[in-house]
Design a binder for this molecule. Sequence first.
Ligand code: KG4
Ligand code: ZN
Length: 354
Amino acid sequence: MLCAVETSFDETGIALCDSAGLIRASLLSSQVELHAPYGGCVPELAARTHLSDLPQLWQHIEPELRAGIEHIGVTSGPGLPGCLLAGVNFCRGLAAHYGIALHGLNHLQGHIFSPFMGQGSEPGLSLSEIPFPHVALLVSGGHTELFLVRGVEEIELLGQTQDDAVGELLDKVSAMLGLGYPGGARLERLAREYPGMTELAEYSGQFELPVPMRSRKYGYNFSYSGLKTAVRKQIQERADHPALADNWQASLVAALFSSVVESLWFKLERAVEEYKVSLLTVSGGVAINGFIRAAFAERAGRMGVELRVPHPRHCLDNAEMMAWLLKLRLEAGIPAREFDARSNWVPGEPGWND
Ligand code: KG4
Ligand code: ZN
């Protein structure tokens, strides 16, 4: 039995899986409502809540399952320093108590391999079944990164956002429109109300938003602060003309999703061509988005490339994907190593897997 603990941001999770990766127990305590009144995650509050939630969640795991644990993995980065320490220290205690190996796990690596997880009683792909290399896009509240994945620990960072992450952009636009936090799902619902938006994110309407970083000179990097400013400008202009059509918010948000889809796909398509891969994956909280899923599936299909996305329950932060990562690492023969919490630990950056 493998156990993994996730506390890098605002979700406290503990999951147990067997050696085939089938989930045997899973507990998740979301802090989203706790932080909502502040318009974003408050680090100290998150860390304190992890400290009090972890022992409580642990108590919910049946003693027979706990007794069968052979390896423990804990997210040791990247994430908020206090939150990571809460999980790491809790797991150091467990590992000492049960006398078992403790593995430090990379949260982004957890997202990257989440598209290969199974569902219910259906097992996921074994390590030998995962096509390498493949291109992996990670889009979440804190991350927008493109990777070339050659193996469990052979991950090359192709590019990343130079400023805001896609989820962060969506959360900020949601705040500008007074729709609350987190914003991604609310904005998606709003954009779906706009009749000029198709499932494939083709927008026709009055707004023209830029598609950022659409030049080869930017390589595989992304940037979303300019798009955020363009949206803010449009919102300010509408505020000065309240008599305009009343579905302008839905139209603007639809235009925003269309621009986001274009900007992400531009890099994905290029990476698939340059590295001649037959598989691309999209993971992270923003990968729940229906426009992204539908548009990428259609475009990948046209290129003759497979697209894999995780089940929605494995897109937002969760411990199941970390347990799955631990399973893959053990399959690859990667041993437990000494580690410390590393809040800026990004796969593919020099020395990341030391
Ligand atoms: O992976 P995640 O839980 O957090 C990080 O590790 O950063 O992702 C959270 C992000 C938030 O920014 C949220 O707005 C976004 O995922 N999100 C969505 C949707 N649901 C959640 N973005 C677009 N469409 C959605 N349906
Ligand atoms: Zn995450």
